[in-house]
Design a protein around this ligand. Structure first.
Ligand code: DWN
Ligand code: ZN
Length: 415
């Protein structure tokens, strides 16, 4: 473990409303970065750990991390590739079609994807002859996208970059930010950049994990340093209002354990029925009350105890257990619950970059999925629980031959 003062900052005001009304309710303890998979030669070196604490703003309702790790440390070299999860490819193909048909986006329109990763989403817009542009800060990932024919600016998106893109390419008809809005350190600069680059009749679309799902399904492993905020509709309304923008529609979708897809215009608009319905749901879920979060923190502690004793009892019976999916969220789960190589023999994963490496903190070897099929464990701990449906279907053979999946949350369950 290594202390990293100077590489993270501690927030004093809310990143949405700028109030100082922040209440810390959960600490997952010093934790390594969720995507810092290690090479074998790095295993004996001290590993950087950062505090992982969460607070609630009682003024606007935003849930956010207390400590912000410098974006260059998190995102310049990145392990996660969208295309390694087949269900996400299908999800993004549907998203592109919905956007194009719903907003009648004509061919040739500028479509900008912020946090474009390997270009999985943009490829779908390319098929419809859109003028596509990816913005991706990770050098290795941007390079891969370029090699796949996706024009990509290798940089962080902010107001400065928005002005450059605008000067070179004109205004964007569509700006997408899927699974990146919660990751942005300078949220205000980001939104200002969007208002600058977006055409007056353009549409800005974000997808973020939904706080209600995280609380109700105890998805505490969604918490890691990359995710600075855990959004609900109410703080999003406050945020976009501050910039004179308006939410056109909000969809509650299934990806990543339950997410919000939000369609935003550059100008204010009246409250949509979808927005009103979710605001009501948030009232019912008591998202405005600190006690809701304190209760969540207690439940998180209980689920850790339950998972660990469940896995230990299987081990005591001589079971062989492996992890399935070396996910970022899995590393929160493993580090917080202290599940190491005493419990998991290995974790199988489809991402070439992760294979042959070790998980941050617990140092569990990551092996290709072929290994899972050649040497199937008695139990597979499903760390990629967000794809449970698809994975259980794909692994029908493993299950038929007696293998069992363990779904860890909201409480450990055998499938
Ligand atoms: O926001 C973020 C989300 C979108 O992606 C990031 N900050 C980082 C990343 O989080 P994650 O790693 O928890 O995401 P996934 O999509 O749950 O990761 C899936 C992982 O599991 C990948 O490494 C691929 C792997 N996988 C697998 O081995 N077999 C995935 C599937 C579907 C499979 O069948
Ligand atoms: Zn606030």
């Amino acid at each position: 473990m290594r202390e990293n003062r100077g590489q993270y900052t501690t927030i004093t005001v809310c990143s949405v409303c700028r109030c100082k009304t922040l209440h810390k309710f959960l600490s997952l303890g010093p934790t390594p970065l969720a995507n810092s998979f290690l090479r074998e030669d790095q295993l004996s070196a001290p590993e950087p750990y950062y505090p992982l604490d969460v607070c609630f703003c009682s003024a606007c309702g935003l849930v956010q991390l207390v400590h912000v790790v410098a974006p260059e440390i998190l995102f310049k070299d990145y392990a996660y590739l969208t295309s390694t999860s087949k269900p996400m490819e299908a999800h993004f193909a549907r998203l592109a079609e919905e956007v194009i048909w719903r907003f009648s986006v004509p061919p040739g329109s500028l479509v900008v994807d912020i946090g474009s990763n390997d270009g999985t989403l943009l490829r779908n817009f390319q098929k419809y002859n859109m003028n596509i542009l990816g913005i991706e800060p990770a050098d290795n990932v941007a390079e891969l996208a370029m090699s796949r024919g996706i024009e990509t600016v290798n940089d962080f998106f902010d107001e400065r970059l928005a002005r450059i893109v605008f000067a070179e390419r004109g205004q964007a008809k569509v700006i997408l930010a899927t699974n990146v809005f919660a990751h942005v350190a300078d949220l205000e600069g980001f939104v200002r950049g969007v208002t600058h680059l977006l055409a007056d009749d353009g549409i800005f679309i974000i997808e973020v994990p939904y706080l209600v799902d995280m609380l109700q399904k105890l998805e505490f492993d969604t918490i890691y340093h990359e995710h600075l905020r855990y959004f609900a509709v109410r703080p999003l309304v406050t945020l976009f209002n501050r910039f004179g923008m308006g939410i056109v529609e909000v969809q509650h979708i299934g990806v990543h354990g339950g997410s919000l897809r939000v369609y935003v215009h550059k100008s204010p608009c009246s409250l949509s029925s979808s927005e009103a319905k979710l605001l009501e749901l948030e009232e019912e879920a008591k998202l405005g009350s600190l006690e809701t979060y304190q209760k969540f923190a207690e439940e998180v502690w209980w689920v850790k105890e339950a998972l660990l004793s469940f896995l230990k009892s299987l081990k005591a019976q001589g079971a062989r257990i492996a992890g399935y999916g070396a996910t970022a969220k899995g590393n929160t789960l493993l580090n917080y619950c202290k599940v190491g190589t005493n419990i998991l023999d290995y974790i199988s994963d489809t991402t070439p970059f992760k294979q042959g490496r070790y998980t941050p903190g617990m140092h569990i070897p990551v092996l290709p999925e072929s290994h899972f099929h050649e040497s199937p464990p008695d139990y597979a701990l499903l760390l990629a629980w967000n794809y449970a449906g698809k994975i259980l279907q794909n692994e029908e053979g493993y299950r038929q031959s007696g293998g069992r999946f363990i779904v860890p949350l909201p409480k450990p369950k055998l499938v």
